[in-house]
Design a protein around this ligand. Structure first.
Ligand SMILES: Cc1cc2nc3c(=O)[nH]c(=O)nc-3n(C[C@H](O)[C@H](O)[C@H](O)COP(=O)(O)OP(=O)(O)OC[C@H]3O[C@@H](n4cnc5c(N)ncnc54)[C@H](O)[C@@H]3O)c2cc1C
Length: 293
């Protein structure tokens, strides 16, 4: 047991994580913290470093599957207003890591700026989206980033400029422990036209993805830009395949949905089955897009 007595107001022991992730599955965190200021966050990180306590950052929880046994670490939930500011200057918007993508797109649209609409329908926050370079076939968040403010492995706040950043398919080199905020370069746009584009994108996404269910988006990365993991899973005849309460979505084969009574273990077993079948039938080793904690 570690002692977080001096952080009593913001750290809880044995805290359930399922309510904080989109899958709504999995066990508790040994400790969970909700820092309300940058100083509190830095204090927690220093404590973790000096006492060698493992920690993880949780934001929107839309890309994480928690194992049933839970997480033996301090889970730091970034959600407070201190990490949720949005400021617009000309065609540049600066957003805190905890800002939900939907809020960012609508606030910039109101300010007459466009360019982020392709992120419509992607749950999660600026921090989570930057870590995994969220996006779709139309683009990814990394292409709009001017600079990002992070906390590095020595607990120092640093600014990383565009030239120093690289983004790839659902991946980025923003690998510091914490992303605090980022600036995005957008273009002037008619707010109504932006909202119309958002609506169109939302209609298409809702038709093709199982939004009404507990899921965590795409489970696997696409093997290549022109070969989708969903298509391979579908062609392997796995749409509708089930383990316990976990099922391969019949709407989008790269989604697993969790029905009432499902466990994280059901999802993990289904993931194994999908990987084995796709490997046996097509010779592709599917790589995970979701994080498993
Ligand atoms: C219905 C649905 C549809 C989806 N559609 C898409 C899609 O079209 N395209 C797409 O790319 N994704 C999609 N996703 C996946 C997910 O929404 C994105 O990956 C999202 O960007 C994750 O953000 P988050 O805040 O929820 O991150 P979390 O799930 O909280 O965390 C994800 C990872 O990022 C790390 N992280 C989070 N915040 C920070 C931070 N501030 N600093 C450092 N590390 C951090 C976490 O430690 C973790 O490793 C979908 C998910 C769902 C449920």
């Amino acid at each position: 047991m570690h002692s977080f007595d001096d952080f009593r107001a913001i750290v809880k022991a044995d805290e359930p994580l399922a309510p904080h992730v989109w899958f709504r599955l999995g066990g508790p965190a040994s400790y969970m913290a909700r820092p309300g200021t940058l100083e509190e966050l830095l204090g927690l990180l220093r404590r973790c470093r000096s006492e060698e306590i493992p920690f993880k950052i949780l934001s929107g929880g839309s890309n994480v599957l928690i194992r049933d046994e839970g997480v033996k670490a301090l889970v730091i939930h970034l959600e407070s207003p201190a990490f949720s500011d949005v400021a617009v200057r000309d065609n540049v918007v600066e957003a805190g890591a905890a800002v939900p993508l939907t809020a960012l797109i609508s606030q910039t649209a109101r300010a007459g700026l466009g360019g982020l609409e392709f992120l419509t329908g992607i749950p999660g926050t600026v921090g989570g989206a930057l870590r995994g370079n969220a996006g779709d076939r139309q683009g990814a968040i990394g292409q709009l980033v001017l600079r990002a403010t992070v906390i590095d492995a020595s607990d120092e706040v640093q600014v990383r400029e565009r030239d120093d950043l690289s983004f790839a398919d659902r991946a980025s080199n923003l690998d510091e422990p914490v992303i605090l905020s980022a600036e995005f370069e957008l273009e002037k746009a008619d707010p109504e036209a932006v909202v119309r584009r958002m609506r169109r994108i939302w209609i298409v996404k809702k038709e093709n993805q199982p939004y009404g269910h507990q899921s965590s988006g795409c489970i696997f990365k696409n093997p290549s830009p022109d070969l989708s993991a969903g298509m391979l899973i579908e062609q392997a005849g796995l749409k509708g395949a089930k383990v316990g309460g976990a099922e391969v979505s019949d709407r989008h084969a790269n989604f697993i949905v969790a029905h009432p009574g499902a466990s994280a273990n059901d999802v993990l077993q289904l993931i194994d089955q999908i990987r084995q079948r796709v490997w046996q039938q097509f010779g592709y080793e599917l790589e995970l897009q979701i994080q498993i904690w």
